[in-house]
Design a protein around this ligand. Structure first.
Ligand code: SAH
Ligand code: SF4
Length: 376
């Protein structure tokens, strides 16, 4: 029998990609204590086979290959946009599929929202957009992922592996490291907080990839319990709330799965988070043409944001096929609607950014990820 089982999927062989140094040390308790650190560091450097781990004895490498895999998911598709965005589709061991995106440019700007010039982003941020669930139970009407329904939570390994695969590409294509992480891919991160926390512990470990916690942003649809849990137990990340609308009745119609987390409760939780972590909160507003771009929306948003220290991020809706709101097709906001809305907020003294549209030709922009049901 072949002893290297790194190609095997569909059986539950533990993946080292989801283990902290402590987990590794526990799993290898008969070994010398420094082995865990050596293996951890190889995985962070992108090793995909045990044979690459040349400072481990050959016999030990063979033994590892019999007991573990390094990564348990496989890349089944790689798509690249003209703007440099790369989207990967990963097949998980049970056949579920997820997507993850590498964005080679600033995600937003509050000073310049004209299109970027080619090459302008070369020294900018390199951002990994990670998924936390296959599908999503919140079911927002404007989001492709939401239209898929919910399959399951991802394991820590399945989250870190998205970063590892993107990091391989960043090194090859750009010759540099990923600088930022946004947890804004498929799924609601605060409904899978334990696995997310474990994954970020691994990605931010100083002995490994050493990502900066300050450069991690977690976006939530507003899971009050999760926000309070994060305030208490970390991760100490930037927090973004997908507010969409500050008018509760409209919000509940647009984001049906969020009911039970009232806007008042969410705000209270955000205030607790802000007090504990001392961070400014981003309020994300997906602008849906003709639905949430009016003056009364801006007033409600201003009233909601007034008691928080915030930055408002406008995200013009990215089209995804078949998405409707109460029987009517959604439409992109017109330029005039976006700029009027922005002006209404700026007049009231708010800091407003507008998100670049990146990766649209490969459906890799916000809200366009939708692979959960696929089999790769
Ligand atoms: N579930 C989390 C994180 C993933 S969604 C959340 O909802 O916050 C990340 C962001 O994409 C959210 O702000 C969401 O409102 C936005 N989004 C969803 N669908 C979109 C679409 N079609 N166009 C633009 N933004 C979208
Ligand atoms: Fe889920 Fe976020 Fe999409 Fe809503 S916007 S369905 S919470 S992934």
């Amino acid at each position: 029998m072949d002893t290297d089982n790194s190609e095997i999927t569909g059986i539950n062989v533990p993946a080292l990609s989801g283990m902290t140094i402590t987990n590794l040390a526990e799993a290898l308790k008969d070994e010398k204590p420094y082995r865990a650190k050596q293996i951890f560091s190889w995985i962070a450097r992108g090793a995909q086979s045990f044979d690459e781990m040349t400072n481990l004895p050959r016999q030990f490498r063979k033994q590892l290959a019999e007991q573990f895999v390094i990564r348990k998911s496989r890349v089944t598709e790689k798509l690249e946009d003209r703007d440099g965005t790369v989207k990967l589709r990963l097949c998980l061991e049970d056949g579920a599929a997820i997507e993850t995106v590498l964005l080679a440019a600033p995600g937003e700007s509050n000073s310049d929202h004209s299109p970027e010039k080619p090459g302008q982003h070369n020294n900018g941020r390199l951002t990994a957009c990670l998924s936390t669930q296959a599908g999503c139970p919140v079911g927002c009407v404007f989001c492709k992922t939401g239209s898929l329904g919910f399959l399951r939570n991802l394991e820590a390994a399945e989250i870190t592996e998205q970063f590892l695969y993107l990091s391989d590409i960043a090194k090859k294509k750009e010759g540099r490291r990923i600088s930022n992480i946004v947890v804004m891919g498929m799924g609601e991160p605060l409904l899978n907080l334990e696995a997310l926390r474990a994954a970020l512990d691994i990605l931010c470990s100083k002995s490994g990839l050493n990502c900066s916690k300050r450069k991690v942003t977690v976006s939530t649809s507003g899971i009050t319990r999760g926000i309070l849990d994060m305030a208490e137990n970390g991760p100490e990340a930037e927090l973004a709330l997908s507010l969409t609308s500050a008018r509760e009745a409209l919000r509940n119609r647009l984001m049906p799965g969020i009911q039970g987390n009232s806007l008042a409760q969410i705000k209270e939780a955000l205030q607790v988070y802000q007090k504990k972590q001392g961070r400014r909160i981003t309020l994300e507003i997906v602008l849906l043409g003709g639905i949430n771009t009016g003056e009364e929306e801006a007033s409600a948003l201003a009233a909601y944001a007034a008691q928080l220290s915030t930055i408002i991020n406008l995200i013009p809706w990215n089209p995804a096929e078949g998405l409707q709101f109460e029987g009517k097709n959604l439409r992109e906001p017109e330029e005039r609607e976006i700029e009027t809305f922005r002006a209404l907020l700026e007049q009231r003294g708010f800091a407003v950014t507008r998100r670049y549209r990146r990766g649209r030709s490969i459906s890799g922009a916000c809200g366009q990820l939708g692979a959960a049901g696929g089999n790769g």
